[in-house]
Design a binder for this molecule. Structure first.
Ligand SMILES: NC(=O)c1ccc[n+]([C@@H]2O[C@H](COP(=O)([O-])OP(=O)(O)OC[C@H]3O[C@@H](n4cnc5c(N)ncnc54)[C@H](O)[C@@H]3O)[C@@H](O)[C@H]2O)c1
Length: 323
């Protein structure tokens, strides 16, 4: 059985992926945070020496690199993004080279593209606006220039919702993503703040492409198969090919949950563009992947199942400031 190592395995995508891949691969993980799962080892990717030792012992056939400073918030110190994204990725590459490991899947983001009112293709113009996206673009370039390493760079659009078996999903602190915020706040009748209603879109609110975590996991699994069977590298978009505005999500959630939702529009966030919608035709062609679980009804239903689970465990979702 092939062995896959996931960095950032205690995070949202990492934890879901860990259980998803276990059906087909031997999976181990590392994360800088403690984890109750015994196959997820505590290690900061920046600690190259410790990482080298783990890779030497584990000898994974492939690495999925998810560890990052992933919260998009321009108030976070720029150095934190640079260290946790650029330097951590460099450290991982050094440790891989030392162990002659040559296959990596890297989690990048749709935020690397220049603003565009059309669905984005992998060769659409790039222009990272946020510090987060800038550091992801530097990592992409660094990975691509490695002569002896094959890579699949996946540009994720807005990842959301939860796996149903086992039930596991997103629990960031603070939570800033729209789907977990709206589902949770609607359930508890709390006010929802929407960033900006003056964007050049049909209803003035931002349009994004929401992709179910199960589809993300299957895209990573298919990328792993591609890398394990080929000595090639590629960049692929991973999204649902469908844009939804914030207002459309609010209205759908109201109907779906049969709840009144109290909305307040607040200032735009720096770095937010009006529209990010994916063209994933290349992923279909190269790895035979397309989104299968990303309709909004399934996204919200699976998210509600996850919320009910962590509430039963006495856990609450945390939001920033007035949010
Ligand atoms: N969630 C999304 O919508 C989305 C969209 C695009 C791209 N991505 C990318 O996918 C990846 C995973 O996202 P997520 O939502 O699961 O993020 P997350 O914040 O939930 O998880 C990241 C995990 O990485 C760990 N980590 C961070 N720095 C580390 C380090 N130096 N060493 C070891 N562990 C470290 C954290 O402890 C955390 O458990 C990130 O790289 C993110 O940028 C996510």
């Amino acid at each position: 059985m092939k062995k896959i190592l996931i960095t950032g395995a205690s995070g949202y995508i990492g934890k879901c992926l860990f259980y998803f891949l276990k059906k087909k691969y031997e999976v181990i993980g590392i994360d800088k945070e403690n984890d109750s799962e015994k196959k997820i080892y505590k290690c900061n990717v920046l600690n190259t020496k410790k990482l080298e030792k783990i890779l030497f012992k584990a000898k994974p056939n492939l690495i999925v690199h998810l560890a990052a400073q992933s919260l998009v918030d321009e108030t976070i110190n720029k150095k934190k993004y640079y260290t946790n994204n650029v330097l951590a990725t460099k450290s991982l590459i050094t440790a891989m080279k030392k162990n002659n490991l040559n296959k990596i899947i890297f989690s990048s983001t749709a935020a690397v593209y220049q603003k565009n009112s059309k669905p984005l293709k992998e060769n659409s113009k790039l222009k990272a606006l946020s510090t987060y996206a800038k550091t992801k673009l530097i990592c992409e370039k660094n990975i691509k220039k490695q002569k002896n390493i094959n890579s699949v760079i996946l540009r994720f659009f807005n990842v959301c919702s939860a796996l149903d078996r086992p039930i596991i999903g997103e629990l960031h602190n603070p939570e800033t993503h729209l789907i977990p915020t709206i589902s949770y706040k609607a359930m508890f009748n709390k006010k929802i703040y929407i960033y900006g209603n003056d964007f050049p879109t049909h209803d003035g609110t931002c349009i994004r492409d929401y992709i179910h975590i199960k589809d993300i996991c299957s895209a990573i699994q298919k990328s792993a198969k591609y890398l394990l069977e080929n000595k090639k590298s590629t960049i692929l978009n991973v999204g649902n090919k469908k844009g939804l505005s914030n207002n459309q999500i609010v209205n759908f959630t109201k109907k779906n949950l049969k709840k009144k939702i109290d909305i307040k529009y607040v200032q735009r966030r720096k770095g937010d563009v009006a529209m990010l919608v994916c063209n994933s035709d290349k992923a279909k062609k190269i790895i035979s992947w397309s989104a299968q679980n990303s309709n909004l009804k399934k996204i919200l239903n699976d998210e509600m199942i996850w919320i009910k689970k962590f509430r039963r465990m006495g856990i609450s979702r945390k939001f920033k400031n007035y949010l």
